[in-house]
Design a binder for this molecule. Sequence first.
Ligand SMILES: Nc1ccn([C@@H]2O[C@H](COP(=O)(O)OP(=O)(O)OP(=O)(O)O)[C@@H](O)[C@H]2O)c(=O)n1
Ligand SMILES: C[C@](O)(CO)[C@H](O)COP(=O)(O)O
Length: 216
Amino acid sequence: MGLVEVSVLIPAAGEGQRLGLGPKAFLKVGGKTLLEWTLSAFQEAAEVLVALPPGVEPPRGLRAVFLEGGPTRQASVARLLQAASLPLVLVHDVARPFVSRALVERVLSATRAQGAAVPVLPLPDTLIRPEGEAYGEVVPREALRQVQTPQGFFTALLREAHAYAEKRALSATDDAQLVRALGYPVALVEGERAAFKITYPEDLLLAEALARVWSA
Ligand SMILES: Nc1ccn([C@@H]2O[C@H](COP(=O)(O)OP(=O)(O)OP(=O)(O)O)[C@@H](O)[C@H]2O)c(=O)n1
Ligand SMILES: C[C@](O)(CO)[C@H](O)COP(=O)(O)O
């Protein structure tokens, strides 16, 4: 895998409020922390930078540079981005521990070609806009995609996007939004269901099951 020119940025400074078990980076699934799972997916990267919650002691023995994160995901990524030294970045949530080589390759190859790329998946359920507590208008799911990480960018482009957002006080839940706000297109590649984000307690059951069979 060609990760020699890539800085991998791992925002891991969240509090894990919806899960309710403390910062997810240190949560164990299948005997390994989410941070360890995530790092193992990027073993061949030339540079790996991780944002941790303020005041948290960086774990020993892991091949990564640890920085203090910010109050939001966006702020944590902005800090990691400042420290990145290579021409491409992959931004990947620590909360998505099961990321395959194939997914990383797809994102990187589109990033090299187009400057910005993210993995997406179609949605399996019927989607509605509720009217109060009642069933409301159906939103055509064919028109929608859910967005995952890793998200790949030319480093200079993502820096410009974060600077633009800071200047205009834009806030975004992912990095691709900021690049788009700057006026640049972001390519879509096929995501993977296994790269789901551990967000709610029930997600841990699926994560434990996947950990038993996972080999990237
Ligand atoms: N200030 C923050 C907030 C979030 N993140 C990271 O952004 C990713 C996506 O966030 P999410 O899944 O929402 O994690 P948490 O913020 O930990 O969860 P919650 O919103 O439930 O508190 C996670 O890897 C999280 O660690 C971060 O680096 N810095
Ligand atoms: C970056 C992300 O995982 C893409 O789907 C998502 O936007 C993070 O959202 P969160 O609310 O910070 O979990």
